[in-house]
Write a protein that binds this ligand. Structure first.
Ligand code: IVH
Length: 670
């Protein structure tokens, strides 16, 4: 390479890596794998060593990635928030161990911890009180996100233990449990909102939101892993971790203290597989020298401490063939591309499909039919195509082109300003939209109709028995046609018709949610129902009327107005009204769905995949059960989700309180 080629290469790397840093830290939407990023960073570092004359002061090797987000007050960190050096193999780690040994020259210990895949946070406690929570930002200053952080249940606002330093800073990682991520993302999909790629992005996006009330609806958690004080209260990191637990902080239990690098390597090996059983994502292991005195001796480089390092797991990646791209039309009309792959084993499962998110993603990857693609399953629950193996592309390969008309009904697609998804606007006649809307209406969280399922709706639609929600309520007139259908015995028809009849008693807010108005989720439907009191006020409400209701913003209001501007929708409402459905709010009254839990007491703890704790509480109470605040010998059931507090678990075991899962609870209700 000529000197000018080297300089061009270095400039290009700086530019590219800074862009990736920005995508990762600011947008929380990384577009390359961490491993590839680190390899490129290493390449740049090598070039800078060989050609210091070309080194750019803006090089990402000189600073911690990330910039300060707008709209928050910026605060300086008292102790800079550095990052960690990364290693990817045994040799790198043994080299680290040799460097430490050489520098210290005496016995030492390591603490091994999990490397949580979230966003780091600095918490300041003054007089036992949480006074400040600041993001990492650029490492020297970050955003003041105190009010958002205060919504996280596992972060104490006030420490019970008074025997703590008068002023201290504690650091940790904010993250979202996978179960909550999947539940909330499913809800976003149902509402036609863009889904987050992984729990880390969801957590990062949440903590940077302006409205703390919104933050509170998204359960976040936080593991704490380091303490900073002016005076030395402890001699070792291990000792401080144990003490942090006693002070009431959430410290991860999966840690190890050892004096040998071989033990570190077995810890790494163990968690490489076991990590998939955790309820949250980790992307590696962090190794820290235990003694604070020895940490001080080792000191820091410009970017990271010499006494700690991370070992990053490679996201599991395989190469396979893209057979074809298909397009799914959802209930809201959003058209989502899906990559259909030649089946391949990855992270313990067979992968046949990968998400392509939207048209931009197809363009970014420049996909061609029959391409050999690299598929990754890292933090993401759904596998993702990282890039294409261009060397294997056939010369005559045909590019994948996102359709301009709906693949289901042929209507030209539209894209709304500021949105990435394309929509089919034909919501009255596009088959998957019709079926999806009826399926949503009967679903558990909406009208919860017994004896009817998604497949049945599909069959009914294909046989011309339903094409609108209101057709469900005339099915009893079509008994003869139903009996002809395969799989439909008299008993199941009776059951279904009974379920449909009973659903007429479902409260207004459930009916409203069931209509499937874009952006009107469960909570919004409840607020709306009690805000407007009845359907007539809602159908005639103005934007101003709507936004005066608590939690209804402009986006939701506009969507409601648009919904009721369609004659077809108004006609449906009239029909449902005459069929006897509830279109008036009955306030402050829990409608008892059954008395199956009467006399039984419950405590709910942990995170659940299908329900929020609030929803489970509602479910129990509406079936006659009672929620208690704490565990005692007279408690009947502890409903346990992921990541329950160990003290609760212990107490329940001691008092012989039966532990039940979300599914056991549903079983009790059957
Ligand atoms: S200690 C001097 N411990 O990883 C850096 N960091 O790549 C001290 N992280 O910014 C960080 N789990 O956001 C530490 N157990 C753990 C961690 C951890 C995740 C994150 C943290 C840090 C980044 C460094």
């Amino acid at each position: 390479m000529s000197r000018s080629d080297v300089k061009d290469k270095m400039d290009a790397l700086v530019k590219e890596l800074n862009q990736h840093s920005y995508n990762y830290y600011v947008l929380a939407m990384p577009t390359i794998a961490d491993y590839t990023f680190d390899q490129k960073l290493e390449e740049l570092q090598q070039l800078e060593l060989q050609h210091p004359e070309f080194a750019d002061p803006n090089s990402p090797t000189q600073k911690v990635g990330g910039e300060v987000m707008k709209n928050f007050v910026t605060l300086a960190h008292k102790w800079p928030m550095l990052s960690l050096g990364n290693t990817y193999n045994e040799q790198d780690l043994r080299d680290f161990d040799d460097r430490v040994k050489k520098a210290i020259g005496e016995d030492f210990e390591y603490v091994c911890e999990l490397k949580f895949d979230g966003l780091s946070i600095s918490l300041t406690y003054d007089g036992s009180k949480l006074v400040r929570a600041v993001t990492r930002g650029d490492g020297t200053k970050g955003d003041d996100v105190t009010s958002n952080v205060k919504t996280i249940h596992s972060i104490p606002h006030q420490l019970k233990n008074k025997d703590v330093p008068p002023l201290f800073e504690i650091r940790g990682e904010i993250f979202m449990h996978r179960a909550a991520f999947e539940r909330l993302n499913k809800e976003r999909e149902e509402l036609g909102e863009v889904q987050y790629a992984n729990p880390r992005n969801f957590a990062a996006g949440t903590i940077k939101m302006q409205d703390s009330k919104e933050v509170a609806k998204r359960p976040l958690d936080c593991f704490l892993y380091s303490l900073n004080t002016d005076k030395n209260y402890f001699k070792t990191h291990w000792e401080s971790l144990q003490t942090l637990k006693e002070w009431g902080f959430h410290v991860c239990e999966h840690t190890k203290l050892t004096n040998h690098i071989d033990d570190v390597l077995s810890f790494i090996k163990y968690w490489e597989e076991a990590r998939f059983k955790l309820s949250y994502d980790i992307d590696g292991i962090v190794i820290k020298v235990n003694s604070y005195a020895q940490q001080q001796e080792l000191g820091f480089t410009a970017k990271s401490p010499r006494w700690a390092i991370s070992y990053k797991y490679k996201a599991q990646e395989v190469e396979t063939i893209l057979e074809k791209v298909t397009y799914q039309v959802g209930r809201t009309g959003a058209v989502t591309p899906v990559a259909n792959l030649k089946p391949v084993q990855l992270a313990g499962t067979t992968v046949k499909r990968a998400t392509l998110h939207n048209a931009n993603e197809i363009e970014r990857l420049d996909l061609h039919e029959g391409d050999s693609v690299f598929v990754e399953k890292g933090g993401e629950i759904i596998p993702k195509i990282i890039n294409v193996n261009l060397e294997k592309r056939q010369a005559d390969a045909i590019p994948v082109i996102y359709p301009v008309i709906c693949p289901e009904c042929g209507t030209p697609l539209i894209r709304k300003a500021g949105e990435v998804a394309f929509y089919c606007p034909n919501d009255e006649a596009c088959p998957p939209q019709i079926v999806g809307k009826i399926q949503h209406f009967i679903s558990r969280k909406a009208m919860n109709i017994d004896g009817l399922g998604d497949e049945t709706i599909e069959t009914f639609f294909q046989h011309g028995l339903v094409s609108h929600i209101s057709d469900l309520y005339t099915l009893h007139e079509k008994a003869a046609a139903l009996k002809v259908l395969e799989r439909f015995g008299e008993r199941s028809i009776d059951n279904m018709l009974k379920g449909i009849e009973q659903s007429k008693q479902m409260p207004f807010e459930k009916v409203l949610f069931g209509l499937g108005i874009r952006y009107v989720g469960e909570t919004v439907a409840r607020k709306l129902a009690f805000g407007v009191k009845n359907i007539d006020t809602l159908t005639t409400a103005s934007i101003e009327d709507l936004i005066s209701i608590d939690e209804i913003g402009l986006k939701i209001a506009e969507s409601i107005i648009e919904y009721f501007s369609k004659a077809d929708h108004l006609e449906q409402i009239e029909r449902l009204k005459s069929q006897g459905l509830q279109f008036e709010a009955i306030e402050n009254e829990i409608t008892l769905q059954s008395d199956k839990l009467t006399g039984k007491t419950f405590v709910i703890s942990g995170v659940f995949e299908d329900y929020s704790r609030e929803e489970l509480k509602e479910l129990i109470e509406s079936n006659g059960g009672k929620i208690l605040s704490g565990i005692s010998a007279k408690l009947n059931y502890l409903v346990a989700g992921d990541n329950m507090g160990p003290s609760k678990l212990e107490k329940a075991k001691k008092l012989n309180v039966p532990l039940i899962s979300q599914d056991d609870l549903l079983e009790l209700l059957k």
